[in-house]
Design a protein around this ligand. Structure first.
Ligand SMILES: Nc1c(C(=O)O)ncn1[C@@H]1O[C@H](COP(=O)(O)O)[C@@H](O)[C@H]1O
Length: 155
C-alpha cells in the first residue's frame, strides 16, 4: 500500500488471506514518496518467490502501474477511497493503463481490497489444489449465508 493511511482499506485483503491460509507480506511502498523502495520491491518480487502483488493506493495512484512496470507478476490494483474525489481519482489512475502493461483493477475501497485477495487466491488456486478446496468451501459458506427472503421486521 502507498501509505499507512491505506491500512484501514487494505486490512480487508489481509483478513481474507489470513482466513484462507495464504502466506503473504504487507508493506508500505510508494511510487511517489519511496521510488527506490518501489523499484527494488517490484524488480525482485518474482525472484523472492512472490506469485501475485496486490497494490492499494489513493489519489494519484501510480503505485499499481509502476509496480506492474517493474515486474511480470500479476498486479491487482485497489483504488483507495480518497477524501477529495471519493476514490474516482484512484480508480481512473489505476484502471487506465496503456496497452502492454496491465493492472487488474478492483472496486473502490474495502470491497475492492476483499475482492483483490479473493482474486489473488483464485489465481494461486489454479496450481494449488488444497487452496482451491479452501476457496470453494469459503464460497459455499458465503452462499449458504444468503437468505431466500429479506427480514421485513424492523429491529
Ligand atoms: N497514491 C499514492 C502513492 C503512489 O501511487 O505511489 N503513494 C502514496 N499514495 C497515496 O496517497 C494517499 C494519501 O497518503 P497520506 O495519508 O499518507 O497523505 C494514500 O491513499 C496513498 O496510497
Amino acid at each position: 500500500m502507498g501509505s499507512q493511511s491505506d491500512w484501514e482499506t487494505m486490512r480487508h485483503a489481509d483478513a481474507i488471506l489470513n482466513e484462507l491460509g495464504v502466506a503473504h507480506e504487507v508493506n508500505i511502498v510508494s511510487a511517489h514518496r519511496t521510488p527506490d523502495r518501489l523499484a527494488e520491491y517490484a524488480r525482485t518480487a518474482a525472484d523472492r518467490g512472490l506469485h501475485v502483488i496486490i497494490a492499494g493506493a489513493g489519489g494519484a495512484a501510480h503505485l499499481p502501474g509502476m509496480c506492474a512496470a517493474w515486474t511480470r507478476l500479476p498486479v491487482l490494483g485497489v483504488p483507495v477511497e480518497s477524501r477529495a474525489l471519493k476514490g474516482m481519482d484512484s480508480l481512473l489512475s489505476i484502471v487506465q493503463m496503456p496497452g502492454g502493461v496491465p493492472v487488474g483493477t478492483l472496486a473502490i475501497g474495502a470491497p475492492g481490497a476483499k475482492n483483490a485477495a479473493l482474486l489473488a487466491i483464485s489465481i494461486l488456486a489454479v496450481q494449488d489444489a488444497p487452496l482451491a478446496a479452501r476457496l470453494e468451501a469459503w464460497r459455499a459458506v458465503q452462499t449458504a449465508s444468503v437468505p431466500n427472503t429479506p427480514m421485513t421486521e424492523l429491529p
